[in-house]
Design a protein around this ligand. Sequence first.
Ligand SMILES: Nc1ncnc2c1ncn2[C@@H]1O[C@H](COP(=O)(O)OP(=O)(O)OP(=O)(O)O)[C@@H](O)[C@H]1O
Ligand SMILES: [Mg+2]
Length: 390
Amino acid sequence: LIRRINKKVRFHFERAREEYAKMTTVLQETLVAMIPIRAVGASEYMYKRFFGHNASYSKHLISVGKLRATIWPTLNFIVNMAVLVVFWYGGMKVIGGALSVGDVAAFSMYVGMISWPITSLGFLTVIMERARVAASRVFEVLDTKSDVEEDPNAVPLVVKEGRVKFDDVWFSYDGKTWVLRGLSLEIAPGEIVAVTGPPGSGKSTLAMLLIRLADPKKGRILIDGQDIRYVTLESLRRQVTVVHQDVYLFPDTIRNNIAYARPDAFMDEVVWAAKLAHIHDFIVSLSKGYNTEIGERGVTLSGGQRQRLALARALLADPKIVVLDDTTSEVDAETERAIYEALTKHLKGKTLIVITQRPSTMAIADRVIVLENGRVKKEIRGAARRGVVS
Ligand SMILES: Nc1ncnc2c1ncn2[C@@H]1O[C@H](COP(=O)(O)OP(=O)(O)OP(=O)(O)O)[C@@H](O)[C@H]1O
Ligand SMILES: [Mg+2]
């Protein structure tokens, strides 16, 4: 009986968990995209979706509650019936003289003693099934394999010069369509290279592969002659920094966001990085300066400010190779020029890859690489790069 009830309880908990997950996803989507949702008039739609999941979630929880409400009283009833039987049967025997009153009293006490374990069985059933459903979810997460694994014989990456080479790299996200098709590209030490190309041409993918968030399906990526597949992830990601297109900031202070890769950095180092990224003046204009919290409890930053903060973070990390993925797309042209002037001065000798669509950014590069359909379409050097319009 208990087993059959278990099954039912588990079924409802599982459904309830699924619905809960869907419900929170809708909620999250809605909160993140509040303005666009309102702008396209999708509020009603989101509202319906949320309530659909919510109703289903509560339905399953109520089912569990109902089961729980039946198991316990039923078990209680059985136990109490047993006590009744003991007294009735024992009473008859006492009258008949076969048992003493003491025997009956002792017996009824024994029944009372085993009643608690039996009733708690019903109670524990529910708790156990809930834990089992929750545990299955935890194991799902624990069992997920990372896309890349460190080679057992991995050695630390040694960057002496900062030469980057993509050697006939093929990559696909889904195993069906190729995103990079035989990309070959060599970047000399200390060179500033701009990578451009239409949306979806594989620019961000190239950056992602360089820090091994995934591995090429075919081909190799070399840094100073070392295949990055055989170096430790820590040494690779410490020396190669990618500032991603979608900047991620933590709900923490501005200082901690900049010093994220180097929590032990001195304050003057943090300020130095912020100045280089042209965000220092803005930070000190805030009443709490570098201790201002970002996010819900603090300031909301504009796109350009977020990008400059991410840039400061990358500079403080002091990598040997830097990839900026559209990092200054929301910074105004004049500030951008000032940033790159400071950057090129400071990053002298370091390898800088700038992914961009802006001709003004391409103008600061030594060379412009145009990607199309996952391979290099053309390269532009010298003065001609100023005329590139993508
Ligand atoms: N995580 C992913 N899963 C599946 N496909 C992806 C993923 N990320 C990108 N893609 C696909 O890979 C292709 C290349 O994407 P990528 O982000 O590298 O382009 P991009 O050149 O950086 O474009 P943009 O200029 O818009 O940033 C696109 O067709 C895109 O749809
Ligand atoms: Mg991109």
